[in-house]
Design a protein around this ligand. Sequence first.
Ligand code: GMT
Length: 374
Amino acid sequence: MKIGIVCYPTYGGSGIVATELGMAMAKKGHEVHFIAYSQPVKIDFFYAHMNFHQVTVPKYPLFQYEPYELALTSKIVDTVKSFGLELLHVHYAIPHAYAAFNAKQILEEENIFIPIITTLHGTDITLVGNNPLYKPAVTFSINKSDIVTCVSESLKEDTIDFFGIKREILVVPNFIDHSHYDFLEDLCPRYAFANDHEKIVIHVSNFRKVKRIDDIIHIFYNIQKKMPAKLLMVGDGPEKEKAELLCAELGIERKVKFTGKSREVSKLLCLSDLFLLPSEKESFGLSALEAMAAKTPVISSNKGGLPEVNLDGKSGFVCEMGNVDRMTQMALYILGDEAILGRFKKNAYKVSMRFDINKIVPLYEELYQKALKL
Ligand code: GMT
């Protein structure tokens, strides 16, 4: 198949899923063409059949806002025509699904028919897409896609509730390539971050408000009062500076390391003992799944798709959002006993196997085949 993938190229769940999926398809021998405003961060060109087409938006003094959708639409049209793409898989509704539909219309004028598969990832529905300023266009794009998928049951329900969508929406959960994690165990340099007797707690995100970064700092503050521990805060975003100030205020700045964005997330996860994700919203929680694949249990909130990924009492604990005391209590339970910690680590990995790349990618491949027959 000749597949076009439209995605955000940055660190962040939807871009990572799109890139891993594209690479998996290329590995299977399909021809894959990524279309984005810059090269997706995780892309690996050491596969045959991998291509990247950059969207650039020409500047003009008249434009207060540069028309990215227009440039993207034209790029999709050109790429489909030049490379004979057979289907488009767009990740994140805004503006990708809208641009893809316009490209499809333009191509139909030239008797080129191309199906669109749209995957909804979370904030395109629960935060941004829901804004009345975007809602009509998002609703239209979802209805006009040939196939629509969501990354969790919870996101499917939200999509139906928020947009009153009547069409079929399929759930294809996010996935993880365990081969990126399996060899790591012997390479985890714990000593770089903590002494032997200290536990390592970790959080990885884009440090946006929805992640409830303050809760993470307070949970860790409570943990380190009871046992020797360090906290790794991986990633960057708007709430990071505030979090650093809070650590200083609480007097724990020497126990908390802010690493910034990292290309070594899997290594950092595998040397850690516990992952915290107390988010206010999370359609799936790919970072929790990454932690579990690295044999790191998770304490998460109960929001969105998190309970579908982090199984309460097995891969970690699911607690009511905002309940810092309960999250602390469960963290101490897991970290306080080596045998319990060992059991949770093993189970976290086991649960993550449900989302193994080899189970999920064939579901997308089937959908692609179905789309080609439309
Ligand atoms: O805010 C983020 O976490 C980034 C965002 C994205 O679109 O890149 O993540 C969303 O998509 C991920 C991949 O499907 C999901 O794992 C995240 O849960 C989801 N984030 C939210 O719903 C807040």
